[in-house]
Design a protein. Structure first.
Length: 67
């Protein structure tokens, strides 16, 4: 079971860039400026990558854009 939460504060339309962070935690990830955002393409990729690699099993995780 993979639990993807919390969601990023700003989920914005956009393509997959491959530039995102994913961590096991209960609070949204933020960049250096304190923003939590990710494109829909990267968000979907983070979920699929997690399933394919078996990361974060029985853990909550969140993802956000780098930089």
């Amino acid at each position: 079971m993979v639990l993807r939460q919390p969601s990023p504060v700003h989920l914005v339309p956009g393509d997959k860039t491959g530039s995102y962070l994913a961590e096991a935690r209960d609070t949204p990830l933020t960049d250096e400026a304190g923003n939590s955002r990710i494109t829909t393409g990267d968000y979907a990729s983070a979920i699929v990558d997690t399933l394919e690699t078996g990361s974060f099993i029985r853990e909550r995780f969140t993802a956000a854009a780098k930089g």
